[in-house]
Structures are given as structure tokens and as C-alpha cells.
Design a protein around this ligand. Structure first.
Ligand code: MN9
Length: 293
């Protein structure tokens, strides 16, 4: 079930121009780069896309731009989450109008909302379109952690078809795969993709995929063909790179790498800090390894 949702889904970065505006030309280039690398879908406007630092209009622009180049060639999941329900609904409607395959939302954050409030938020967004909904479980983002019990409750809404699990708690990931109804479960931390797949994930959604799609696809394919040793070796190769990204700032590092590959990505948005010159020098050294399939 849910065949088109399985596999390797890039959490798309958002390219900005020097004046800070969304760089729509680079979105097209970035989509092509990912497709050429073998990714099968895009998760648009999530954490990686710096969506919480963008206006609603900008988020819509990105969603539309991705659909324009990728529709019919990739599975499209539009992240519509924000703590303002009406804003999330307006984004969900854009996703539906643009032909997205699903919407997704992080749980509303900051006020420490109760589980019933959070369930209401999802149900209301999901009722606003015909699209299926994928829960974005990201406990580090400000609080709420879906447990298997909460997830089971959420499944009473038939439009909820999956969970993106951005957490190192892979026991919970495994439990999500064994609720009363089958759902798609995604591994959210790229540095443990093999572990997530081993515990039952149907695929992964990640930011580092933008930079090294071929390596991620190779890990995924090795795992699917039963080559566990090969997949683990690939994970280690990938993690040598991710460790440097984490040290210097993940999104800033990824954007810099893509800049160096000829896709202008611009800076990360404040309050994220730009890369230091030392960080750039470190990343320059890594470039030959990153571009190698
Ligand atoms: O969507 C991303 N999650 C966040 C997934 O950025 C919160 C991951 O791809 C991480 O960026 C990556 C590095 O920690 O695993």
C-alpha cells in the first residue's frame, strides 16, 4: 500500500537570492539535481526549507514553484504546519490546488498544547482538503512527541496515512509500523537511515539528500536488496559528511555545498548564522567526497 510514498524523499532546501527573496530559478535546478540523483519525492516547506522563518506568501511561492517543475515526476508532500491553524489551512489549499500528493504538519508548538488540542488541529487541517495527511513527529521542535498510543488515536481520522519520525527513538518508529492500520513511516534523521529502515521505515525524508542524493539512494537500494554490510558502509561514508555539516550548521553547510556544485542557494535566514571562513574551508575539503557517487 501507499507505494508512491515509499522510498527516498528529499526535504527540499529553500534557495534565497542575495536580497533575501525566494530564488525560484534555483528551485528548478535543485529539483532537477535531486531527480537526476534518483530521489522519488519531495517534502516541501519543512524544517529544512526554513519554513518557520518564511512568510505565508513565500511558503506558497515555494510550493507552487516545486509543483511546476516536479509534478508528475515525483511524489509531492507539502508541509503546511505552523501554530496558526488558519494559516496551515491556507497552505493546505495551495498544496491541493497545485496537485500535491499529500500534506504534512508538525504539531503546533510553543504553548505546550495538550494532545486533544493537537488532534483537533490535525483534524481541522485535514478536513480542509481531500489530501491525505502525514504527521510530522519532531519532538525536538518545541515539545510534542507522538507516542504509539496517540498515533493510534489519530488513525481514527482515515485521511492520516503516515508519520515522518524525526527522532532517535527507533523503538517508537517500529511501533508506528504496527498500529491497527498500516501507515507509511519515514526515518527523519539521515545519519541513522539504515537503522530506521531496519526497524521498519518505508523510506526516509531528509535534508542531506539534496546534497548527495546518489549516496542516499545507493544506501536505500543496498538495504532493499538485502546487502546490509554494503548499506552500513554507505551510511558510514555518508556520516563522515553529515558530521561536518552538523559541526558547522546543517542547512548552511548544505546550501554552501550546492552553491559549489553550481546551484545558487544563498544564505540561511537569520537568526541562523552564516558560515565562518574556517567552516567554508572545511567544507571545500569535503566537496570531492560529496560529489562522488
Ligand atoms: O527532515 C532533517 N531534519 C531536520 C529531516 O533538519 C530537523 C534531517 O535531514 C536532518 O537535517 C539531518 C541532519 O541532522 O538528519
Amino acid at each position: 500500500m501507499y507505494q508512491k510514498f515509499k522510498g527516498v524523499i528529499a526535504a527540499l532546501l529553500t534557495p534565497f537570492r542575495a536580497d533575501g527573496s525566494v530564488n525560484v530559478d534555483s528551485i528548478a535546478k535543485l529539483v532537477e539535481h535531486n531527480l537526476a540523483g534518483g530521489v522519488t519525492g519531495f517534502y516541501v516547506g519543512g524544517s529544512t526549507g526554513e519554513s518557520m522563518l518564511m512568510t505565508l506568501e513565500e511558503r506558497k511561492t515555494v510550493m507552487e514553484a516545486v509543483a511546476e517543475v516536479a509534478k508528475g515526476r515525483a511524489t509531492l508532500i507539502g508541509h503546511v504546519g505552523t501554530i496558526h491553524t488558519a494559516h496551515a489551512i491556507s497552505l493546505a489549499k495551495v498544496a491541493e490546488r497545485c496537485g500535491y500528493d499529500a500534506i504534512s504538519a508538525v504539531a503546533p508548538f510553543y504553548y505546550g498544547f495538550s494532545y486533544p488540542a493537537i488532534k483537533g488541529y490535525y483534524d481541522e487541517i485535514s478536513a480542509s482538503t481531500e489530501l491525505p495527511m502525514i504527521i510530522y513527529n519532531f519532538p525536538n521542535s518545541g515539545g510534542f512527541a507522538f507516542t504509539p498510543q496517540y498515533a493510534e488515536e489519530m488513525l481514527k481520522n482515515p485521511k492520516i496515512i503516515g508519520i515522518k519520525h524525526t527522532s532517535a527513538d527507533l523503538y517508537t518508529l517500529e511501533r508506528f509500523k504496527h498500529l491497527s492500520r498500516e501507515i507509511v513511516v519515514y526515518n527523519g534523521f539521515d545519519e541513522m537511515l539504515i537503522a530506521g529502515l531496519t526497524m521498519g521505515a518505508d523510506g526516509g525524508i531528509g535534508s542531506t539528500y539534496n546534497v548527495m542524493p546518489k549516496k542516499i539512494v545507493e544506501l536505500y537500494n543496498r538495504f532493499q536488496s538485502g546487502d546490509l554490510a554494503g548499506a552500513r558502509a554507505k551510511q558510514t561514508e555518508i556520516n563522515e559528511i553529515i558530521a561536518v555539516f552538523i559541526k558547522h550548521g546543517v542547512f548552511a553547510s548544505e546550501k554552501y555545498m550546492l552553491d559549489r556544485m553550481g546551484i545558487p542557494m544563498g544564505e540561511v535566514r537569520k537568526p541562523f548564522l552564516p558560515l565562518t571562513e574556517e567552516a567554508k574551508a572545511d567544507l571545500d575539503k569535503l566537496l570531492p567526497e560529496v560529489v562522488k557517487a
